[in-house]
Design a protein. Sequence first.
Length: 85
Amino acid sequence: MKKKQSRKQQRRTPTKLGEQIKVYCITTNVLLTDLADTIGIKKQYLTAIIYGARGTGKYTEVFARLLDLTEDEVLGLQKDYEIAS
């Protein structure tokens, strides 16, 4: 019988939106902490968005402008992950 992995042992995979956020940070040389501060959210909330534990909520427009996407595209990138989970 397989032993269930602890939460720390589980490898998380970023959503498609999370991947885009990470690429943005790398290409613009911005830390996730700095991005979270700029948006006005905690780093933990940004991390939860990246890994699909939380949605963008009222920050959808901010992420759309940041990533040069429409709000529908941002929501679509989240929805793709929710369907696949």
